[in-house]
Design a protein around this ligand. Sequence first.
Ligand code: PLP
Length: 243
Amino acid sequence: MSIAENLERVRAEIAAACAKAGRQPEDVKLLAVSKTWGPPAVAEAFRAGQRLFGENRVQEWEHKRADLHSLLGEGVGEMDVHLIGNLQSNKTSKAAWLFSAVDAVDSAKVARRLHDVCDQVGKVLPILIEVKLSDEETKQGVTAYALPGLLNAIQEMDGVEVRGLMTVPPYSDDPEDARPYFKQLRELRDAAEAETGMKLPELSMGMSHDFAVAIEEGSTCVRVGSAIFGTRTYAPKDEEDEA
Ligand SMILES: *Cc1c(COP(=O)(O)O)cnc(C)c1O
């Protein structure tokens, strides 16, 4: 299967999940996770109409972006690329320039640094807060308990705008195992909106094997990598590294 065919299939599956849940397909964005894939694969997805992408490392995207410029020319400017990996505080200024959004903020420290960079130039960077709903030690994310406090702290920062929440449930072969986590993120969002008075419309949840379940539970953005690009070949250790 080509990347274009995979994209078409995934889009059809998103539409089917929306129909089942009584939702509109345009209410669910498809973010193509291109981490580890080289510029030719990303260019193929772009030529198949995909504009929203996710990368998990600042440096990797910086290098890829330069190469994509020679493949796509000014088209690169049309790409909407989100950072979906955890951000080290020493890379925040680069990240604020390279990405159109940062989807995995989990501390006031990182949010503050992004705010400082953006506020100086009068720009507002959309961010999502990553919430950790399981007790896996290796996972990033703020706890449900600490979320309202973090949101209140970030609310004061004009350079960033919290658009919603994201989560990565523990891996399981059965997508139904992820459902309680997706439901919990939605309920947490509803509670946080009531508690802080903020609007948090975005719920980034669902990956290649469980996005249909996530859409039934209210996802507004599914992050799909392997179902579009194929199986990634790199050591699992890398996946835990910070961006
Ligand atoms: C890699 C990654 C994905 C994509 O995973 P697939 O199973 O390949 O779809 C989604 N979200 C995050 C945060 C990731 O790091």
